[in-house]
Design a protein around this ligand. Sequence first.
Ligand SMILES: [Zn+2]
Length: 388
Amino acid sequence: MTASTGPAVTAWATAAGPAHDVALTVLLEGPLPRSEIARRLGLSAGTLTRLARPLLDAGLLVETEGAHAPSGHPTRPLDVDESAHRFVGVKLTQHTAHVVVTTLRARVLASDEALLLSSDPAQVVEVVASLVTAAVGRAGAGGAVRAVGVSLGGSVTAGGSVVDARFLGWRDVPLGPALQAALGLPVVLDNDLLSLSRAEQWFGAARGCDHFAVVTVGEGVGYAYAVHGQVVDHPDAGIGLVGHLPLDPNGPLCRLGHAGCADAMLSTASITTRASLALGRRLHRDEVYDLAEAGDPVCRRVVDDSARALGRLVATVGALVAPRKVIISGEGVRLAEVGAAALQTALVENRSPQATPLDVEVQVTGFAEWARGAAVTAIRTFVLGEGS
Ligand SMILES: [Zn+2]
């Protein structure tokens, strides 16, 4: 669920009905010649002209310098003034806040991060507010900040409260109103996985794909999917439902006592713990991957076991929801790169030989990508209206 708070951030939403469809098509696919917009939306040239005029007058759309059409007539494709509107995305983790400042098309202009020395909400608000203010300043002049999106692993309410974010020990924390008071800007909260998935849909690997799934690996294991162009939201979206899916009967135990569940096989803590135990010294995540790449047998085995489990998870997603594409993402995605061969083997082994091969895209991301997802939540609220 997306929750927004504070002043309306719905300038775009005032363009209703077909006019809004025109604006949205240009935002997501533009710049586009008028003839192409009319074709895509099934409009006559006259209707498009009538719909576009108020959008141009209001500055939602602009005419760009175009090329010459095959007929020889000059064309002036329609576009959005991408840089006139700015958005901030914030991703909160247990120990850090990551921020990006973007354009209307989620192009990152500035990014930064800060340590959260305390999970006390008032201190988190203070850290995030100064981080956002500094990043907006670094993005430079030229556009007005329209909204701030904040994403975290947990569930949020329509009133801008965090219902439950276990990693911060938060229950019923009114983060949205507090942050808005500190920043003087509209603030929108979102579940991190849903915001990342919506960002993929509008400005990422799932553009133009109305049926896709996202699997994330990192501190935990996340899964979201979209059907008929909608990322599916539900009350348990922030819980991490696939975390305890069984993937390897011989795997280690999770904290609930499941052998080889997704959490036990794929979480960063599990991967580093297994490698550290075997080698008798404490290893960080990237050390495990570096050593695996360098041929260390322990780290290679740990990574391959986990990558095989990831392949089973992705194959399961492919079998149950038949997506056109599965995106593997998250800050722990190096697992899919270093363990690419084992992942691919498991994908093939766990899929019917008659089935079309799964289209799997591994997206190399970091926390900045999560923060960009939060910015897209803010963009969507601005463009679509509240409760996007
Ligand atoms: Zn488990």
